[in-house]
Design a protein. Structure first.
Length: 223
């Protein structure tokens, strides 16, 4: 049923110029795959969707669901464990990029931390990249389809901290050679609630004023 729906999505949007299609969001986090993460079922859904999408548009670019930086506990699977399971269940050849959400705050993306989603892409042992290489997928890129840090809220890193997080991520992505794209979350703050971290990831304030992160990211892109 999901693959049939994916086919209809491509039929609708490919003629409008849409070429990139991501299959689900954070399938390794039980918040988005209840009641418990199921890599085997997700792999089947990915394969069926990939085939359905490519039949409509052979040039479409299909990504895995963006992997959340969670640990393997409480019904979740870490990105590394989940990727291993994808390969185990036959996902090789059925995704054009691995999609990841490598949040790392309050640490900076260039600072090694074993728990950091950014470090786990290529610096830990094993890493997502090392697993991909071991399965003959060294040329498959990683797409960072979510990255950022809240400038305020309970876990806020402040305006300067947010600017450092976002700009350093862009700089590192440009230098990597294996990161195919990076998306900052988000363009504009979603609100002004001091108790809601999700309100504070924007490059612009809720009122539309550029935050320091906006200028830092713009400079990192231009370099």
């Amino acid at each position: 049923m999901f693959a049939a729906w994916a086919r209809q999505v491509v039929q609708r949007y490919a003629p409008q110029g849409v070429r990139d299609f991501e299959i689900w969001n954070e399938p390794n986090d039980q918040k988005y795959w209840q009641p418990k993460v199921n890599a085997a079922f997700y792999t089947k859904m990915l394969i069926d969707s990939y085939k359905a999408i490519k039949r409509v548009d052979p040039h479409a670019f299909v990504l895995t669901g963006g992997l959340a930086p969670v640990a393997s506990r409480a019904g979740n699977e870490s990105p590394i464990d989940f990727l291993r399971a994808l390969y185990k269940h036959g996902a090789k050849g059925f995704f054009d990029a691995l999609s990841v959400h490598p949040y790392t705050f309050p640490a900076l993306p260039g600072t090694y931390q074993s728990w950091s989603g950014w470090s786990q892409m290529n610096a830990t042992r094993p890493s997502l990249r090392s697993i991909m290489r071991s399965h003959g997928n060294k040329n498959i890129p990683i797409w960072v389809t979510e990255f950022g840090a809240p400038s305020a809220g309970p876990r806020g890193v402040g305006l300067s901290g947010q600017a450092a997080e976002d700009s350093q991520a862009v700089t590192l992505a440009k230098k990597s050679g294996w990161i195919g794209a990076i998306y900052i979350v988000s363009w504009k703050d979603l609100g002004t609630k001091r108790w809601a971290n999700a309100d504070w990831y924007g490059l612009l304030t809720f009122a539309g004023k550029a935050k320091p992160s906006y200028w830092a990211v713009k400079l990192a892109i231009q370099k």
